[in-house]
Design a protein around this ligand. Structure first.
Ligand SMILES: CC(C)(COP(=O)(O)OP(=O)(O)OC[C@H]1O[C@@H](n2cnc3c(N)ncnc32)[C@H](O)[C@@H]1OP(=O)(O)O)[C@@H](O)C(=O)NCCC(=O)NCCS
Length: 181
């Protein structure tokens, strides 16, 4: 199980079922979801499946957390699991989302998503640093942030951490880059 983490300005707590409405509200904004996954609007049904997976991952010390600022949920940040094929299509790896069990090699994915009003305050970097500073790397599951090539803000978060582009990948036919330490 995971505990609640506190930083200078933020609280990072485990997700609970009552956060379903927060997920719906967070992903309502096209600016927020355009570079996530397939880039399409997200249904409550999808969020329910996402929550179930995330809460299950809390049992093994993983999963995204709710980021709270001054008592309000403003985003999510944490580590989930994806799978990558060993088959290269040119220089690109294929990646399957974490909700589709796969014989491919697992990897851990650091994600950060905040409501638009919270951008530009360093909250994503502060949350990511808090989580990464206490994360113990696993040899069998390398850690990356999988970022759409056009998602400049997210790339800056990875770069601020000192991460760089390590591998091109394809997710839902979209071009991604795996950033890592
Ligand atoms: C990706 C995302 C989390 C980045 O958010 P962000 O607020 O730009 O990132 P940070 O928390 O690192 O904040 C950095 C910015 O805050 C500014 N800032 C202001 N006060 C700050 C402070 N006290 N400390 C640090 N930075 C501060 C920095 O100058 C920087 O601005 P800049 O990038 O314009 O130079 C956000 O754009 C988002 O949620 N996007 C939609 C979802 C998404 O695409 N997620 C990524 C999927 S891979």
């Amino acid at each position: 199980m995971i505990d609640t983490l506190r930083t200078e300005r933020l609280e990072l707590r485990p997700f609970v079922w009552e956060d379903l409405a927060f997920l719906d509200a967070l992903h309502e904004d096209e600016e927020v979801y355009r570079y996530l996954g397939d880039g399409k609007p997200r249904s409550t049904e999808l969020h329910r499946a996402w929550l179930e997976r995330t809460i299950a991952q809390h049992q093994e010390g993983l999963g995204q957390r709710v980021v709270v600022h001054r008592g309000r949920a403003i985003g999510r940040c944490g580590i989930g699991r994806y799978y990558r094929s060993s088959v290269h299509d040119g220089a690109r790896l294929s990646v399957t989302p974490q909700n589709e069990p796969s014989p491919w090699a697992p990897f851990l994915e650091m994600g950060w998503t905040f409501e638009r009003a919270a951008w530009g305050n360093g909250f994503a970097s502060e949350a990511a640093n808090a989580l990464l500073d206490r994360f113990t790397p696993r040899e069998s599951e390398p850690l990356f942030a999988m970022i759409h090539g056009d998602n400049a803000r997210s790339i800056r978060v990875a770069e601020r951490r000192g991460w760089g582009p390590r591998q091109h990948a394809t997710l839902y036919d979209r071009p991604m880059v795996l950033y890592g330490p």
